[in-house]
Design a protein around this ligand. Structure first.
Ligand code: FES
Ligand SMILES: [Fe+2]
Length: 346
């Protein structure tokens, strides 16, 4: 089993209103999601996962390719995560049926003929040190692209921060286009100038500038952010002190909870690579409290289908227009009505 991610909840948080769990849109947008880092799935290891309201198992077949499949045995319902791998097939802990990486039953003790059954699963893609799965009504028509920094010797091993919060993943993504919170939460002098560009499909990009106060000095940074569907976002920040590539992986867990896994890759200072541990420490000290702070806000906030925005706050609306494509058409058509009735002030 992997280490359990922490669930962010503040003991001093306001009493949670049931409306904080109400969303007009389904909890699992269609797209690719990173459910594991490749190094968490060595050959011969069987991993139990729980995402998308589904118990899953992950393992590598005989060719080394990763497989992510449903966890329950069609024979009598045992959780296959409690079993073991035999020659790249998973063996059920209850009566020994075996299933290959494609899900097909390949062995059943004492059966005259192996039953023609299979366990369901999800399309898998692996690159950039990540195991992605696709969730959607059809086969995927697109893929997230490689992230070069993950294999570049110029970047340090990532700082890996994985937590779960009781919020929809769309709210997590809206954070990057919520201009005003950069001033209030992230101590930037003013809201960043940014502009969401989309390709009409699952990819979108934002480029912008931010001014941030670090250790008493104002530092001007540029950033560019590329989004690949609802599950993957890469934010590259370049500044005089540090360049950081942040990979934000947002994944629905069940119909109230989402996971955010942040992998922060710091560019090694060319003349002083030995400073990397120090840089990591400073980065964690500065960034983590801010991120935790907004997670606590997400935990108790409600979804405003019609937020009251200031004239310069265009990002959230633009993002929502782009994000609609990841839901079935009928689920977004009724969204305004559903949430208006849940908002006392509108
Ligand atoms: S429940 Fe899995 S083999 Fe019987
Ligand atoms: Fe933020």
């Amino acid at each position: 089993m992997l280490a359990r991610p922490r669930v962010i909840r503040d003991s001093k948080a306001p009493v949670r209103d049931p409306r904080a769990d109400e969303y007009p849109m389904p909890f699992v947008p269609f797209g690719w999601y990173a459910v594991l880092r490749s190094k968490e799935l060595p050959v011969g290891k069987l991993v139990s996962l729980y995402y998308f309201g589904r118990a899953l198992i992950a393992f590598r077949g005989p060719d080394g390719n990763a497989a992510v499949r449903d966890a329950y045995c069609p024979h009598y319902g045992a959780h296959l995560g409690g079993g073991k791998l035999v020659g790249g097939a998973v063996e059920c802990p209850f009566h020994g049926w075996r299933f290959d990486a494609q899900g097909a039953c390949v062995h059943a003790p004492f059966a005259e003929r192996v039953p023609k059954v299979a366990i369901g699963g999800l399309p898998v893609l692996e690159h950039s040190g990540l195991v992605f799965v696709y969730v959607g009504p059809d086969e995927p028509s697109w893929e997230p692209g490689p992230i070069p920094e993950t294999t570049s010797p110029q970047f340090a091993e990532p700082i890996d921060d994985r937590v779960r919060v009781r919020v929809h993943i769309q709210e997590m993504r809206e954070n990057i286009v919520d201009e005003s919170h950069f001033h209030y939460i992230h101590r930037q002098a003013e809201p960043p100038a940014q502009n969401l560009q989309t390709d009409g499909g699952p990819f979108a990009e934002i480029k912008g500038r931010i001014r941030r106060r670090v250790l008493g000095r104002d530092l001007d940074n540029t950033f560019d952010c590329s989004m690949s569907g609802p599950g993957v976002m890469v934010v590259r920040t370049h500044g005089p002190a540090l360049s950081v590539t942040a990979i934000a992986l947002t994944t629905p867990v069940d119909d109230t909870t989402s996971e955010i896994r942040m992998l922060y890759l710091l560019r090694k200072p060319a003349k002083a690579p030995f400073l990397v541990p120090f840089y990591k420490l400073v980065f964690k000290r500065l960034a983590f409290p801010e991120v935790r702070h907004e997670m606590r806000i997400w935990d108790s906030k409600i979804h405003q289908a019609r937020p009251v925005m200031l004239p310069h706050e265009q990002g959230i609306k633009a993002l929502r227009r782009w994000y609609k494509q990841f839901y079935p058409a009928e689920s977004t058509a009724s969204s305004d009505r559903t949430t208006r009735s849940a908002s006392p002030e509108s």
